[in-house]
Design a protein around this ligand. Structure first.
Ligand code: DX5
Ligand code: ZN
Length: 224
């Protein structure tokens, strides 16, 4: 169980400082939102941004591609230093072959589903996935409320994954805050992406301390 800091919520004028702070707080995963203005109605940030952060950190770089055509950019993001590339199940491409292309570049893979997508859609892709990402909001913007109907998908996925002989972590993204981690973790999440819930908090260090304390307690209790 881990918390991932989403740099969409960071202060872009002090990006280096916000990365250093995340490390100091004990964050091991940095989450990057990449948006093409088509798959989602927003634009952010490109491989150069990932490469810039890569040059100053050894954190795991978790790159979330909200792009209609991620296949075109895989090489660029791998070269930029991404450790994991997340693609969406909703893209109009052969999802399994895109996942294979990511693996062929020695990068980890993750498949994501939007709020309206049935978790069953993920099942045929699990053989090529190192992680799954459940959106708890409509992707595109930080600072939204996590949706209860999306949290309800987690136990369905948990059951699906627990039947496999391989452990695949479930990551959740959108609206995760200290105040709602309990129902989200109870539902089966392993990795919590936090943007405004972290960088927008009055005491981000305290948020990470509390969230990590809860995650450690659960690992001790549940063994995962
Ligand atoms: C939303 C992005 C999220 C975003 C989360 O489309 O995928 O990663 O940064 O931000 P918060 O935590 O503010 O909802
Ligand atoms: Zn994201």
């Amino acid at each position: 169980m881990e918390v991932a800091g989403s740099l969409l919520g960071a202060n872009l004028l002090n990006l280096e400082e916000d990365v250093r702070l995340a490390e100091k707080w004990g964050i091991k995963i940095l989450h990057f939102d990449q948006m093409d203005g088509h798959f989602v109605p927003n634009i952010a940030f490109g491989p150069a941004f990932v490469a810039a952060v890569r040059s100053i950190t050894t954190c795991f770089l978790d790159v979330h591609l909200m792009l209609d055509n991620p296949r075109t950019y895989l090489e660029d993001y791998v070269k930029a230093g991404a450790d994991s590339l997340t693609i969406h199940a909703e893209i109009q491409d052969d999802v399994l072959s895109v996942l294979r292309e990511i693996h062929a570049r020695n990068c980890k893979t993750c498949i994501s589903i939007n709020p309206e997508t049935d978790p069953a859609v993920i099942e045929p892709y699990l053989s090529e996935c190192d992680m799954v990402l459940v959106m708890l909001v409509q992707p595109g913007f930080g600072g939204q409320e996590a949706r209860a109907d999306c949290i309800k998908k987690l136990p369905v996925l948990r059951k699906m994954i627990d039947q496999l002989d391989r452990r695949i972590p479930i990551e959740v993204d959108g609206g995760v805050k200290l105040q709602n981690i309990h129902p989200i973790l109870d539902a089966g999440a392993d990795i919590l992406v936090m943007g405004t819930g972290l960088y927008g908090a009055e005491d981000p260090e305290g948020v990470v301390r509390e969230v990590k304390g809860e995650l450690d307690a659960r690992i001790a209790r549940l063994g995962r």
